[in-house]
Design a protein around this ligand. Structure first.
Ligand SMILES: [Zn+2]
Ligand SMILES: [Zn+2]
Length: 583
């Protein structure tokens, strides 16, 4: 089967929309777009699209294949891995609180969506409501299924407090229950009617699930915090109603086929409230703990990756800015800059990214910055994530690291410097800006030791310009040995560069297996690591498997590869994935 054709899908949707502002999305423009841009447009088009007429079968299938992968690239949480379960003293269903993304909970019969009364999902692309999040993950079949339900009825609005049920489509949950909660004016207190309506949302959702055949006598349901957030129901009252109405339901239905209820919270506020409520109920002995075996969290995508890493001949870690960001050295963070670089804020930059290629007022300030930056990075605390990663590398039969980070964190955390290729240069070296000779570079550390007595500790500035490093051959003021606007001298990285090239050739020549384990390689300079990794895996399917770990925009591969076995995407934070891979 050929891969899903996102350009065809998008071209169809754009044309069908007759929206003139989308005319710039010609097939050629779509073809050359980054996959994340394509996916964002797909999400937009599906959010605003009416479920009628239905999508052509072929287009719909391709969309489902794409969304299935997007959904399954995330780390699922099985309900069996949720710890601390309780039950009402006189009733048997299990209860728990779980904080996370409701579209990632697995092994459940149904999740509950806080719908609006039109029941067709949210049509506002920028709205971050749960209705939108659930529909976006489930795919267009969900809206179509809701539409079919609406069509069957003779009223146009779903009454507040009632519930409908549909399949879950691309979600890990088997079904979705859509309930319409009361909507309040922001800041107002709920009246008696609104309180009853919210309680009815819970009981009618449970009743709706009860009618289903799915999962027999072992049905499970995950409630979101209905009516809170954009519907303005006060969180504290809402969480009381949630627990009380569930309790009432089971008191009235002692032989219920529902065996487990999970209260899903998304905000810290709601997590605290539910926990407080649970604690109070426990004190009053209305809720009692359940002794149960603890199941380890089982993420299918992690299990597959672990096996690949175990069985591979070569483990090659490819690391980008996202990996160092996940251990705190975040180039896009204002806080990091405020905390460690406050003396340099007056020169313009507010984040480390902005220091790249920055026009400092003088060479003296520029070099003061570099000395300070070098010191800050070399004093950065050892990181648990890097150390775990280094341990994983050292356990592999053969290993190597290629990184676009200049910070030397792999080496700092114990990995063999001879096996690290810093493709963009690193902070260990400074070079002549005109590369007057091949060997006009020298170590930064020795330089810093020399000038240290002449740096003002309160301003981080060099006291006078005679201490600015100059080229010993031609006298030019030196620069950092980083790929940039000047003549980058990569001689200090030459040996590792050659080693890496030879390694790749050897893997193909000897028909061996390699895992390219990629962390935090974003879209800023995709030609450095991202595209070469994709190319390696697509051109040598039998030799290279790419495991791409990253958040948001970086967690994508071109659609033509999503169904290939040697392309794995894990849409999660690097340090979380490292923890899971080494556990
Ligand atoms: Zn919305
Ligand atoms: Zn020179």
């Amino acid at each position: 089967m050929s891969s899903p054709d996102i350009v065809k899908v998008l071209s169809y949707l754009v044309q069908e929309s007759e929206n003139t502002s989308l005319e710039r999305y010609t097939a050629a423009a779509l073809e050359s777009s980054e996959v994340y841009t394509q996916l964002q447009l797909l999400k937009y088009m599906l959010t605003v699209r009416s479920p009628d007429p239905p999508l052509p079968t072929e287009i719909n299938q391709d969309i489902n294949r794409i969304l299935f992968h997007r959904s399954h690239n995330k780390l699922f949480t099985s309900r069996h891995s949720i710890k601390e379960k309780l039950r009402f003293a006189d009733l048997s269903p299990k209860l728990s609180i779980w904080k996370g993304d409701i579209t990632t909970i697995s092994d459940v019969t149904a999740i509950v969506n806080a719908a609006n009364s039109a029941l067709l999902g949210c049509f506002q692309p920028s709205h971050r409501c749960i209705d939108n999040i659930i529909h976006a993950a489930a795919g267009p079949d969900l809206r179509r299924a809701c539409y079919n339900l609406v069509e069957q009825r003779d009223f146009t609005q779903e009454p507040v407090g009632s519930a409908q049920i549909t399949p879950g489509f691309n979600l890990p949950a088997k079904m979705v229950i859509h309930t319409v909660g009361p909507s309040l004016l922001p800041g107002s207190e709920p009246n008696q009617e609104e309180i009853s309506q919210l309680a009815a949302c819970y009981t009618s959702s449970l009743a709706k699930l009860e009618e289903q055949e799915e999962d027999g006598n072992d049905k499970s349901i995950v409630f979101c915090c209905i009516s809170t957030g954009l519907f303005s129901f006060p969180n504290d009252i809402a969480s009381n109603i949630a627990i009380e109405s569930v309790r009432n339901y089971f008191s009235e239905h002692p032989h219920s086929s529902i065996s487990e209820v999970i209260f899903n919270v998304f905000t810290e506020t709601n997590l605290k409230l539910y926990r407080q409520n649970f604690a109070e109920y426990q004190e009053r002995e209305i809720l009692v703990p359940i002794e149960q075996p603890i199941f380890e969290t089982h993420h299918p995508i992690i299990e597959v990756s672990k096996k690949l890493i175990q069985d591979t001949d070569y483990l090659i870690v490819s690391a980008g800015a996202g990996l160092s960001a996940s251990v705190g050295l975040d180039y896009s963070s204002n806080e990091v800059f405020d905390k460690h670089y406050r003396n340099f804020k007056k020169y313009g930059p507010t984040r480390l990214y902005e220091t790249i290629g920055h026009q400092w007022p003088s060479k003296l300030v520029e070099w003061s910055f570099w000395f300070h930056h070098y010191e800050t990075v070399s004093r950065w605390p050892a990181s648990e994530s890097y150390q775990k990663l280094v341990r994983m590398l050292n356990c592999a039969t053969n290993s190597f690291v290629i990184t676009s980070n200049a910070d030397g964190f792999f080496i700092k955390n114990g990995y063999d410097p001879k096996k690290v290729y810093s493709i963009q240069g690193n902070y260990y070296w400074i070079q002549c800006p005109i590369k007057c000779t091949q060997d006009s570079f020298r170590p930064m550390d020795a330089e810093l030791q020399k000038v240290k007595p002449y740096i003002d500790l309160s301003t981080n500035l060099l006291m006078d310009s005679s201490h600015i490093p100059r080229c010993e051959n031609c006298g030019h003021i030196m620069t950092m040995c980083l790929r940039g606007g000047w003549k980058f001298n990569d001689t200090p990285m030459e040996t590792e560069k050659k080693k890496y090239k030879e390694l790749l050739n050897k893997i193909v020549r000897e028909n061996q297996k390699a895992v390219l384990l990629e962390f935090g390689v974003g879209l800023n300079t995709p030609s450095v690591l991202r595209w070469p990794n994709e190319e390696l895996a697509s051109e040598n399917e039998n030799n290279f498997t790419l495991i791409r770990v990253g958040n948001g925009p970086s967690s994508t591969v071109p659609i033509e590869y999503i169904e290939k076995e040697n392309f794995i995407v894990i849409d999660a934070d690097a340090s979380e994935v490292i923890d899971l891979l080494v556990s």
